[in-house]
Design a protein around this ligand. Structure first.
Ligand code: PLP
Length: 236
């Protein structure tokens, strides 16, 4: 019998992560099919930032391989020791990137989703050449034109895309956005899709725990889901 005075055991917390992961994958498949798309065309990026290592490990043990982190330093501290053990993981950087962290980011991440200015793009190109590594790149678009939010404003997106792809030769595949919290996400997803379409970029990273199904309806090829898999990031 379960002793209710004991904190939830590591085992049940891990079982919960595996269960949530299964549930999210099912919801992704249902949303994809509902939109006339193939479930395998949508990648689930499990956002592991600030989560206890046990839960992250539980997702890996359940077969998941693609993880997202929003800070370079924290990601390296967390994942550097695990990468030997989990050689087939793919890490996405989904948070703002400072130019002084670019070298680490290029070395460590498989996908950089948050390019948002020419200076950053140029630095990524320089470090990619120096390191002989070419991460997949996405440009983050600040679709809501929010003062405090990272991302290139929509009217400057085409120019930044051209710089990254044509001039710098980055492996630019698509766009990412984070809609304003207080607005419906649909118009933002539609805008991102339109910018990608006119620039023939195939990848769209849009949709989080609260709106990934909507993202899929608008053509997301990557959804970034944290709390719906791992639970709250707040300290208990
Ligand atoms: C934290 C974060 C997510 C995940 O958010 P949840 O609401 O926990 O799913 C997705 N994208 C970015 C850029 C984030 O920083």
């Amino acid at each position: 019998m379960t002793d209710l005075n004991q904190p939830m055991s590591a085992k049940s917390a891990n079982a919960e992560v595996a269960e949530s992961l299964r549930e999210i994958l099912e919801r992704i498949a249902t949303a994809a099919i509902g939109a006339g798309r193939k479930p395998e065309d949508i990648a689930l990026v499990a956002v592991s930032k600030v989560q206890p290592p046990d839960r992250v490990r539980a997702a890996w043990l359940a077969g998941h391989r693609v993880f997202g982190e929003n800070r370079v330093q924290e990601a390296m501290e967390r994942w550097a020791p695990l990468r030997g053990e989990f050689p087939d993981i793919r890490l996405h950087l989904i948070g703002p990137l400072q130019t002084n962290k670019v070298k680490d980011a290029v070395e460590f991440f498989d996908v950089i989703e948050s390019i948002d200015r020419p200076k950053l793009a140029r630095k990524i190109a320089v470090e990619s050449d120096a390191l002989g590594r070419r991460p997949v790149c996405l440009i983050q678009v600040n679709t809501g034109e929010e003062e405090q939010k990272a991302g290139v404003v929509p009217e400057e997106a085409d120019a930044l895309i051209a710089l990254c792809r044509d001039e710098l030769g980055l492996d630019l595949r698509g766009l990412m956005c984070i809609p304003p919290v207080e607005e419906l996400p649909a118009p933002h997803f539609a805008l991102l899709r339109e910018i990608a379409r006119r620039n023939t970029l195939p990848e769209l990273s849009m949709g989080m725990s609260g709106d990934f199904e909507e993202g899929i309806r608008f053509g997301a090829t990557m959804v970034r889901v944290g709390t719906a898999i791992f639970g709250s990031r707040r300290a208990p």
